[in-house]
Design a protein around this ligand. Structure first.
Ligand SMILES: NC(=O)c1ccc[n+]([C@@H]2O[C@H](COP(=O)([O-])OP(=O)(O)OC[C@H]3O[C@@H](n4cnc5c(N)ncnc54)[C@H](OP(=O)(O)O)[C@@H]3O)[C@@H](O)[C@H]2O)c1
Length: 304
């Protein structure tokens, strides 16, 4: 493998995948193309000499067709957490999670790029309660319908240096005397970003992973209340968490949707009605053992 295109590669998971590729001898010399809307925000990736940041709009089919030329594999990582509401998923979810995978499937097929790895979300399903999870399922379906060598990963919430989940709670703990928390009993099995990246890179050259999907979970399940308390305590600001009644949580989420980058939306609340945990336990594929939250989180939250 000589060339790889990582769409959404400038983000949290993408950066970990790029670091993992750079670490592995078998991918030395691999040319990693990373299209981004904001190259100035992804400059940290340029310390890896084989990374090529490309200022590009991946939603444009002609641009996508150009990006696909000469690639041996594509990793598809674009995801958004909030969306303007609308049928059937929400406008932004439809664009990022459904239309973009459709365009990737078309462009990859036309360019003869067979190997595609797609990162979806745990509990994505056509009848899920949230637009986020339904749109993720529709994106998977679009890729499955194409004739590609496809592997899909569905992680629970992902933690690690640079996450926007535990780091957000740790940061809020510094300024808030207590936490009024929506959906405190929602369940998660947080998985370490380097484990997700390791699985994605393992699958690249693993023919047995073609046509499969893998749920990715960490070794332990937690409630959202436990995670918030933990993040605050590890950051050195232990805080009381007060669970909000559903009606108040709904109102709070609705109000937050007016913010440019809302920390919580009504759709997020709907997603949390489904436990983001793996039915089959904490197994990662390819013989990997998942790292625990307690082993990793203090290494980056303590400085928050
Ligand atoms: N993080 C988690 O806890 C978690 C859990 C389960 C599943 N996932 C899934 O894993 C994937 C990667 O997540 P992540 O945490 O790495 O996300 P991220 O840090 O937000 O990065 C996503 C990247 O996608 C690009 N992007 C975002 N919106 C876009 C849009 N509308 N059009 C084009 N590009 C866009 C951005 O690139 P530029 O801004 O540089 O253009 C961004 O760097 C996503 O599909 C996500 O749904 C994540």
């Amino acid at each position: 493998m000589k060339n790889i295109l990582i769409i959404g590669g400038s983000g949290f998971v993408g950066s970990a995948i790029i670091n993992e590729l750079a670490r592995r001898g078998e991918y030395a010399g691999l040319c990693i193309s990373v299209p981004t809307r904001r190259p100035e925000r992804a400059r940290q990736l340029l310390v890896i000499p084989t990374v090529k940041l490309i200022d590009a709009d991946v939603h444009n089919p002609a641009t996508l067709a150009r990006l696909m030329q000469g690639q041996d594999a594509v990793i598809s990582l674009v995801g958004v957490l909030s969306s303007v509401e609308g049928q059937p998923y929400g406008k932004d979810f439809a664009r990022a999670h459904v239309e973009l995978p459709q365009k990737i499937a078309t462009a990859a097929s036309q360019a003869g790029v067979r190997r595609v790895i797609h990162v979806s979300a745990l509990q994505a399903s056509a009848d899920a309660p949230s637009g986020y999870l339904r749109s993720k399922a529709a994106g998977e379906a679009a890729l499955i319908a194409a004739d590609l060598d496809l592997t899909i990963f569905r992680p629970s919430v992902i933690f690690g240096q640079g996450d926007s989940f535990l780091t957000l709670f740790a940061g809020l703990a510094k300024i808030a005397p207590f936490f009024p928390l929506a959906s405190p009993d929602a369940r998660f099995a947080p998985v370490w970003v380097n484990d997700v990246a390791g699985c994605v890179v393992d699958s690249l050259s693993n023919a047995a992973s073609i046509g499969k999907h893998y749920n990715l979970c960490g070794p332990q399940q937690y409630s959202l209340r436990e995670l918030v308390k933990y993040a605050a305590a590890v950051a050195g600001h232990p805080r009381m968490v007060i669970g909000l009644p559903d009606a108040i949580a709904w109102l709070q989420a609705w109000a937050m949707e007016f913010l440019p980058d809302p920390p919580m939306t009504r759709d997020n609340l709907r997603s949390m009605r489904v436990a983001s945990v793996c039915a089959e336990g904490a197994l990662l594929p390819f013989g990997r053992k998942a790292a625990s939250l307690e082993a990793i989180a203090p290494t980056y939250l303590a400085a928050s």
